[in-house]
Design a binder for this molecule. Structure first.
Ligand SMILES: Cc1cc2nc3c(=O)[nH]c(=O)nc-3n(C[C@H](O)[C@H](O)[C@H](O)COP(=O)(O)OP(=O)(O)OC[C@H]3O[C@@H](n4cnc5c(N)ncnc54)[C@H](O)[C@@H]3O)c2cc1C
Length: 492
């Protein structure tokens, strides 16, 4: 039985959230062990945000080139996937090799261990035949994996998840996509713009069902214009693969394609973490955390595993809170161990805490920030982009809020009209009439994700509507449409 090794902090899972926590704590001088079983950096750089946005950049270039006809002459477009695959392989992922990321972490002073970490009692984590005992605690940043629905036959077929869709070198002729959420729509539009015949099957009655119904309509219309077939309200019942093609039986119809992509959500795998040894229920879907990311005493969680929103910016936001909380704890430990403040133990927690006190870096007693998701922004990077923040109209009504709604189509704004082809989109505002502030907003359009930023500030800082109405909006920007939507705010 291995003798446990004492360290300050153990971080299990070095995705975006875990790597940020482990790297920043190590940089601050704590002894940190970071455990990762796959690639340091996690889903976002290798199979998520970054490569998918490279694909979208390429697909949007094709779409813009096709818009030359009628706007600026004629253009003939010949899509070629090879440069996209090359860019993902060489620029984004180093052919799915994390050497650079590992060096980035160890260069910040962290100790890296490759393997699967699991609890072996309070404060103790086993990875292979090593056991670490954490003085301050353990941070879980173990993320999620694709959740594959229990559809008859599916498990026995060579279906794709986002991993195969991102790694693809040669595009199929046709693709069935199970799931019309953000990831399903982004990838569907990319492949369609490169000439793949794409069919989306969504069980709910609309795509992008977590967002405003108007956003679902705009996104569905855009994808249909790119040739994507969309079927909503159809639940896949059976999947077969005959060696060449997939057949999905759904809602009394059969759909066939060369490839099948399953993007029906994601799930944390808590059962692998030995949580029973620290008294935590591992049967839940996600790990519930408080507003300082505590799962339990001396256990924190960050990122997708918390279920607070599967976004890189949430993982980073939560990571900043965990870092401040742990550094605060280290500072207190130093103060307790050395009330005179003269100790200068180099290395380990004491040395780290001395450095923290000297540098006055983020977090101090009572000032560790608390998580607040009221103004959580989210962007679906379809073309048009759908940016959203805070509550949808329906969510606000369900909470009994005295709701006002303001809506305007982008095409009726000066910039939308100038833009012409490709100007589909809108601004929708959801206000709390009693408080006189915005509590949610959606900006769909060619730059919907960028236009969103002003709306995020408005929701986050609860800027009074009267102030928003009296701001100066640059002419002729897309974001100037916000002014029109504000003018249209009313109770309906
Ligand atoms: C196709 C796609 C596109 C996306 N696009 C965007 C986007 O545009 N914007 C955005 O904000 N978000 C996007 N996301 C979501 C984003 O990728 C995630 O929110 C983010 O990666 C979450 O980071 P994380 O640190 O929580 O988890 P992950 O990135 O999932 O990392 C968790 C890590 O923990 C490791 N691990 C798990 N268990 C163990 C264990 N027991 N021991 C050791 N290691 C373990 C895993 O191997 C993994 O590397 C996208 C996701 C996908 C799939």
């Amino acid at each position: 039985m291995a003798e446990p090794e004492q360290v300050d902090v153990v971080v299990v899972g070095l995705g975006v959230g875990g790597e940020e926590v482990a790297g920043r704590l190590a940089e601050a001088g704590l002894s940190v062990v970071g455990i990762e079983r796959d690639l340091v950096g996690g889903e976002c750089p290798y199979w998520g945000c970054i490569p998918s946005k490279m694909m979208i950049r390429a697909a949007n270039a094709l779409a813009e080139a096709r818009r030359v006809n009628g706007l600026a002459g004629t253009a003939q477009v010949q899509p070629d996937w090879a440069p996209v695959a090359k860019r993902i392989r060489e620029e984004a992922t180093d052919t799915w090799d994390d050497r650079v990321a590992v060096e980035r972490f160890t260069g910040r002073g962290g100790r890296f261990v490759r393997g699967s970490g699991r609890f072996e009692g309070p404060g103790r984590v086993r990875v292979g035949d090593q056991v670490f005992e954490a003085r301050y605690g353990v941070v879980l940043g173990t993320g999620t994996r694709p959740s594959v629905p229990p559809i008859e036959g599916l498990a026995d077929t060579p279906y794709w998840t986002n991993h195969q869709a991102i790694e693809v070198e040669e595009l199929p002729d046709s693709l069935l996509v199970l799931g019309g959420g953000a990831i399903g729509l982004e990838l569907s539009q990319v492949f369609a713009r490169f000439g793949v015949r794409v069919t989306v099957l969504e069980a709910l009655d609309r795509v992008l069902a977590v967002e405003e119904p108007e956003a679902s309509e705009v996104a569905a219309a855009a994808l249909r214009a790119d040739g994507v077939e969309i079927h909503t309200g159809v639940r896949a019942e059976r999947v077969d693969h005959d060696g060449r093609a997939f057949t999905v039986r759904a809602g009394g119809s059969e759909f066939t394609a060369e490839r099948l992509l399953v993007v029906t959500g994601r799930r944390a795998h808590l059962d692998e973490l030995g949580l029973d040894t620290v008294g935590i229920d591992a049967t839940r879907r996600f790990l519930p955390v408080d507003d300082r990311m505590h799962v339990a005493d001396d256990i924190w969680a960050v990122g997708d595993v918390t279920g607070e929103g599967a976004f890189t910016h949430i993982a980073m936001y939560q990571a900043a809170i965990v870092i401040a909380d742990i550094l605060d704890r280290a500072r207190h430990a130093r103060a307790g161990a050395d009330p005179s403040g003269t100790a200068s133990v180099v290395g380990g927690a004491m040395g780290a805490a001395s450095r923290l006190g000297a540098s006055g870096s983020s977090g101090s007693a009572g000032t560790v920030p608390r998580a607040d998701y009221r103004a959580l922004p989210r962007v679906t990077f379809t073309d048009p982009e759908v940016g959203a923040v805070g509550l949808t109209e329906q969510q606000a009504r369900d909470r009994g809020i005295n709701v006002q709604v303001g809506f305007t189509k982008l095409g009726s704004s000066t910039r939308g009209w100038i833009h012409g082809v490709g100007d589909e989109g809108f601004i929708k505002l959801v206000a709390d009439a009693d408080q006189g502030v915005l509590i949610g907003a959606t900006s769909a359009g060619p730059a919907g994700g960028e236009v969103l930023s002003g709306l995020v500030v408005a929701v986050h800082a609860a800027v009074p509507l009267s102030q928003l109405r009296h701001m100066i909006y640059a002419y002729p920007t897309f974001h100037r449409a916000i002014e029109d939507a504000l003018r249209n705010l009313r109770s309906i």
